[in-house]
Design a protein around this ligand. Structure first.
Ligand SMILES: Nc1ncnc2c1ncn2[C@@H]1O[C@H](COP(=O)(O)OP(=O)(O)O)[C@@H](O)[C@H]1O
Ligand SMILES: CC(=O)N[C@@H](CCC(=O)OP(=O)(O)O)C(=O)O
Length: 308
């Protein structure tokens, strides 16, 4: 009896292993497509859910690295900053998805992003077996920023000029530190903080940083992981593909609002700058990055330029 049970469990095990081998080979065409490419992954603060989910994210990034793709991670941390400000009884105020950042809160923003979230994200990847190095835009002169005075008119919707305080936009990206890390076989993990000409610290929206970094390293793809399935329409249904003019109309009529605005703006800029694709996808789905890159049916919202 025991002997029989052992034999059938051996056979089950063998079948499972065969299935795994088949699965691995089914990724071959996608591997051929992406090996050697640089892929920028924006890991939103809202997508950093459970321990299980975040370790699946770390494993995805490690796997990409180990098969010869060059991932660069840019992380957010909006909810984590808000929680800390709340603890300190300081208010959080957003205008069209950007945090108004005063002198007092910029120190907290930097502390949370660089001191805490950055190291946690690098650790997720390290634990999965690929070496990651956490840096901010101040390291190696990566992100020189200037004060954001006016939203880029990518979509032509924002004519007002609110004062965002110590919020910056990338003025110059020096990707040398990224190339050195990638060249040494390491995975850069970037906190969205920039330095100003006069030594100021700027809080930059992580979506914007991801787009600027993707442009500077000629990334073939930009993946934006967030806490919704993608861009949703007015009835709450996923929009699988979105062009620039559709996006503009949806921001105008309020269907796209808050934190989704900088995401959509960034993706549009990335594809306009030559990225093959920019996708907003659900970071709450385990292995969202692998599903997007290594399966036929992508998920989320693919952002496209308008057809001429
Ligand atoms: N049309 C839309 N489709 C999906 N999400 C939207 C839309 N408009 C606004 N949002 C909001 O944008 C949020 C994602 O942005 P944000 O909170 O900044 O995420 P992240 O931390 O990942 O950057 C969603 O949780 C949702 O509340
Ligand atoms: C200027 C600005 O809004 N900066 C963001 C930086 C973090 C971020 O972008 O985090 P998510 O990606 O999780 O939203 C903030 O202070 O919340």
């Amino acid at each position: 009896m025991d002997d029989h049970t052992d034999k059938s469990s051996d056979a089950d095990l063998y079948r499972d292993e065969q299935r795994q081998a088949t699965l691995l080979t089914s990724a071959l065409p996608y591997l051929r497509r992406y090996v050697g490419d640089t892929i920028v992954v924006k890991y939103g603060g809202s997508a950093m859910g459970s321990m299980q989910l975040s370790s699946a994210f770390g494993r995805d990034i490690a796997l990409l690295k180990l098969v010869g793709i060059n991932p660069i991670v840019v992380h957010g941390g909006g909810p984590q900053i808000s929680a800390m400000l709340d603890k300190l009884k300081l208010p959080s105020r957003f205008i069209d998805g950007l945090r108004v950042t005063d002198k007092e809160s910029i120190d907290i923003v930097e502390m949370v992003l660089c001191g805490s979230v950055n190291k946690q994200v690098a650790e997720l990847i390290n634990r999965a077996g690929a070496l990651a190095v956490g840096i901010s835009g101040k390291d190696g002169g990566l992100i020189k920023a200037r004060k954001l005075t006016q939203r880029k008119h990518v979509l032509g919707t924002d004519d007002a000029k609110p004062d965002y305080g110590f919020v910056g936009e990338p003025a110059e990206i020096d990707p040398r530190v990224l190339f050195s890390l990638l060249g040494a076989g390491l995975t850069p993990v970037i906190a969205p903080i920039g330095y100003g000409e006069k030594g100021e610290t700027f809080n930059i929206n992580a979506d914007t940083v991801a787009g600027a970094v993707a442009g500077s390293v000629n990334a073939s793809r930009l993946l934006m992981l967030t806490d919704v399935p993608g861009v949703m329409d007015e009835s709450g249904h996923l929009i699988p593909e979105l062009t620039a003019s559709e996006a503009q109309a949806r921001i105008k009529n309020g269907t796209i609002s808050g934190g989704m605005i900088p995401k959509v703006e960034t993706c549009l800029e990335a594809v306009r700058a030559g990225a093959d694709a920019a996708v907003i996808l659900d970071g709450r789905v385990p292995h969202a990055c692998l599903l997007e890159l290594f399966t036929r049916k992508g998920s989320g919202t693919l952002i496209k330029v308008d057809a001429d």
